[in-house]
Design a protein around this ligand. Structure first.
Ligand code: ZN
Length: 265
């Protein structure tokens, strides 16, 4: 049995492990990986796990050591190893806050197909180490997953081709930085330092959106959509629901890309 921190990792682990793996997810559906606290029954279940796939989401900062300590035989793998993290972005006009925030690295690496190639490579290595007898199966699964990723990446690239440089979108919780980086988009966060914007900040965001012709506001189920809706209403734009933690990772990215493209028209 293997443990992962978030649902999209279950998708990756099952792609590579196929029928050989049984995957448990730490952050339960609907819960927030920034603030999650493992349940006692999950800490117990860790005793049966062979591998824990960490990915660098914030709750791991507090919990990963405790998780590792519950089962010393379990291999703890930092699947985000080798990924160059970008700073979490705040709204450009909040220069003081932005300065502080630059030290915080963006954890949302799983939303960029090119970075998932790195995540999957680290997972493959761990499977081969823990279960070398099934090497050929893991490698075969991994290779077909890589092919799927290349196709997906090409499709999303084609979706945004010809859209011009620096297409901006606003998003309540800035989870799409690596996605934006991969496809030549720019995300403007509404949330500031993990908090709802105040009235004055909301006004400045609305002003900015109007000036820049921003028409798309991303929102996600784990966070309030109130601020996103207020901005969308004021600019005549629309909310695009984009879940960074969907279980069907690939289908979700396709849907997000096509909803986003539709909203840009
Ligand atoms: Zn997040």
């Amino acid at each position: 049995m293997v443990f992962v921190s978030i649902l999209p990792q279950k998708y990756f682990a099952e792609k590579i492990g196929g029928d050989l793996v049984d995957v448990s997810v730490m952050v339960e559906p609907g819960a927030n990986p920034h603030t999650y606290e493992p349940k006692p029954k999950q800490m117990v279940a860790l005793a049966k796990a062979n591998i824990y796939f960490a990915i660098g989401v914030p709750f791991e900062t507090t919990w990963l050591e405790k998780i590792a300590a519950t089962n010393p035989k379990m291999l703890v793998v930092h699947t985000d190893a080798g990924i160059k993290k970008i700073p979490m972005k705040t709204h450009h006009q909040e220069s003081e806050l932005e300065h502080d925030h630059h030290s915080i690295k963006d954890p949302h690496v799983w939303l960029s197909p090119p970075l998932v190639i790195t995540l999957a490579g680290n997972m493959l290595k761990a499977f081969l180490r823990v279960d070398p007898a099934h090497r050929s199966i893991y490698e075969k699964n991994y290779n077909s997953f890589m092919k799927e990723l290349v196709v997906l990446d090409g499709e999303i690239r084609a979706t945004f081709k010809g859209k011009g440089k620096d297409v901006e979108f606003m998003v309540f919780h800035p989870a799409w930085g690596y996605f934006a980086q991969a496809y030549g988009l720019e995300q403007i966060p509404i949330e500031l330092e993990g908090k709802q914007p105040k009235a004055a900040q909301l006004q400045s965001l609305i002003q900015y959106a109007k000036e820049r012709g921003i028409k798309v506001i991303f929102a996600q189920p784990q966070f309030s959509r109130q601020a996103a809706q207020a901005i969308a209403d004021s600019i005549g734009g629309q909310i695009v629901f984009a879940d960074p933690l969907a279980a069907d990772w690939e289908r979700n990215l396709r849907q997000v890309a096509s909803k986003f493209k539709a909203a840009l028209k």
